[in-house]
Design a protein around this ligand. Structure first.
Ligand code: CMP
Length: 142
């Protein structure tokens, strides 16, 4: 089925001038960008996005990193988007990520790992709504 996933090009991706390179890989893999913006999260908005991880030991570090600079959230559309995007980016820990994946090629650590990808269709919807109003999703507009 055609699915949507929410990705974030994280602050390390932006700082390393990799917006173009990562976006090119995403597009060449067949994902259609249906919404995109640059924004800077606050500790509050980053904490809200990652609320499911609130009790994890790395939560503070995660919030600090995600609010450390601008990021680029996008909604991507493709057949089987959730699983295919996770395959394209590789494992959360770049040391465990398959060769040729975005994280294997560009990420420094499990925390600074270049991109986020939704883990399910349901969470993808919640995450997309966190960043984008209905009117900002071009594919939804008449
Ligand atoms: P992401 O897919 O954006 O969702 C949760 C994030 O938590 C994950 O990517 C990692 O970047 C981050 N994370 C997971 N484990 C750790 C860890 N041990 N230390 C720091 N950050 C982590």
């Amino acid at each position: 089925a055609v699915e949507r996933t929410l990705t974030i090009l994280k602050p390390d991706c932006v700082r390393k001038n990799l917006i173009g390179e990562v976006t090119k890989r995403i597009q060449e893999a067949g994902f259609k960008i249906v919404a995109m913006k640059m924004t800077k999260l606050t500790e509050d908005t980053a904490g809200g996005f990652y609320a499911v991880h609130k009790e994890r030991p790395f939560f503070g570090e995660l919030v600090e990193f995600m609010s450390s600079g601008p990021c680029v959230p996008m909604i991507l559309e493709k057949e089987n988007a959730i699983a295919d995007f996770r395959e394209l980016i590789g494992a959360t820990n770049p040391e465990e990520a398959d060769e040729g994946t975005i994280r294997a090629d560009f990420a420094d650590s499990v925390g600074e790992n270049i991109v986020h990808g939704s883990d399910s269709v349901e969470n993808g919807k919640i995450e997309a709504n966190y960043f984008f109003a209905e009117s900002e999703v071009v594919a939804n507009k008449a």
